[in-house]
Design a protein around this ligand. Structure first.
Ligand SMILES: Nc1ncnc2c1ncn2[C@@H]1O[C@H](COP(=O)(O)OP(=O)(O)OP(=O)(O)O)[C@@H](O)[C@H]1O
Length: 359
């Protein structure tokens, strides 16, 4: 059953379209991530779901309830939406203890004292913070404050959880641990969750599905694997993980394989793509899929090593060749200046040259 539906949602600030015609159907219990670069409209979408800002047109439905409908001018106020929201800054009230922070939303909902105590205890146990009930926020670490903020969002048992970059104030190690913990908790509770981040590694690690956004629109919606392995366009290919783009022109194509002439005349076979003959294209290929080989051959580009670095688990080299600049990741150190690089057709995807992201 669909738990949350965004139907053709648009949100304008004056004449500026921050979000344009976004449609999403999120089933019960799903962990869906809105992922995209800064300013693409992720938070604006999330805030419209929570009711903290107003959509301009379209509709938002949760289960059978209409939360917003531009046509009928229905707008349910935030406090009646039964949604838990956690921001990047934990926004705990500094003058209240942990328990008082959690009691606040319960008092607002006129829940009796005994029930309040029971729910506060439960919520703090969920986030493993029961010992800290009497502490004040300044007496907690960033990670602990983030857990309390989450407990405060869960304490009134919301039907939907909205998380806006909740881990971004944590250091890298803690952040990795926190996202595993957060996902486990979400699965245990089965609460439908919309998560906002600009961190693609985080999105790949925690999500059931990812909606990749750019300039207010969804570019692609899919599982982490689909988005990583079959990006819908060059923007997604570049934003998720990293991609090289070799520029060329389609010579011919048949049965899903295109022959592409690169700028130095090298012919490369590449996978799929709707582009026809004479069209300018880019071949997107991930740095870890390119292979340094011993000699020239089919689908091999000649390149010159411009620089390299050791990344801990692999070496990464910047190369120029066939009219493009690209990166190769390899387990072995490369000593030669002039190298041959195999471009596996199955790991190469063709996109229209104009869809290539701007540097
Ligand atoms: N109150 C506002 N008035 C005018 N423009 C706004 C307002 N809030 C956001 N915007 C603009 O709307 C666009 C989308 O903003 P939004 O905060 O949704 O982006 P985001 O994808 O969440 O980015 P970030 O990751 O940086 O938070 C941006 O260009 C932003 O400048």
């Amino acid at each position: 059953m669909a738990d949350l539906i965004l139907d053709n949602l648009s949100i304008n600030y004056g004449s500026y379209n921050a979000v344009s015609e976004v449609s999403l159907t999120i089933p019960k219990g799903e962990f869906l991530t809105l992922l995209g670069p800064s300013g693409c409209g992720k938070s604006t979408t999330l805030f419209a779901i929570s009711g903290l800002n107003h959509a301009t047109s379209g509709a938002i439905r949760m289960g059978n309830r209409v939360l917003f409908d531009g046509k009928t001018k229905t707008v349910v106020p935030p406090e009646q939406r039964n949604i838990g929201l956690v921001f990047q800054s934990y926004a705990l009230w500094p003058h209240m203890s942990v328990a008082e922070n959690l009691a606040f939303p319960l008092k607002l909902r006129k829940i009796g004292r005994a029930e309040q105590d029971k729910r506060i205890k439960e919520a703090l146990e969920l986030v493993e913070m029961a010992k800290f009930a009497e502490r004040y926020p300044f007496e907690l670490s960033g990670g602990q404050q983030q857990r309390v903020a989450l407990a405060r969002a869960l304490v009134y048992r919301p039907g939907l959880l909205l998380l806006d970059e909740p881990l971004s104030n944590l250091d890298a190690k803690l952040r990795e641990r926190a996202r595993v913990w957060l996902r486990e908790l979400q699965e245990r509770l089965g609460v439908t969750t919309v998560y906002v981040t600009h961190d693609q590694a985080e999105a790949l690690a925690v999500s059931d599905r990812i909606a990749v956004m750019d300039t207010g629109r969804i570019r692609q919606l899919g599982t982490p694997k689909e988005i990583y392995e079959t990006p819908a366009d060059a923007f997604v290919a570049d934003f998720i993980g990293s991609s090289n783009f070799l520029t060329g022109t389609v010579v011919d194509r048949a049965a899903g394989i295109a022959n592409v002439r690169l700028e130095d005349g090298t012919m490369i076979k590449a996978n799929t793509g709707r582009n026809g003959a004479d069209e300018k294209v880019v071949i997107a290929v991930r740095p870890e899929r390119l292979q340094i080989v011993g000699s020239a051959g089919e689908n091999v580009v000649q390149a010159t090593v411009q620089g390299g670095s050791y990344l801990g688990s692999v070496y990464q080299y910047e190369l120029t060749g066939a009219g493009s600049t690209f990166r190769v990741q390899t387990a072995r150190e490369v000593a030669d200046k002039h190298v041959f690089v195999y471009v596996p057709p199955e790991a190469s995807t063709l996109f229209a040259a104009q869809s290539r992201p701007q540097a």
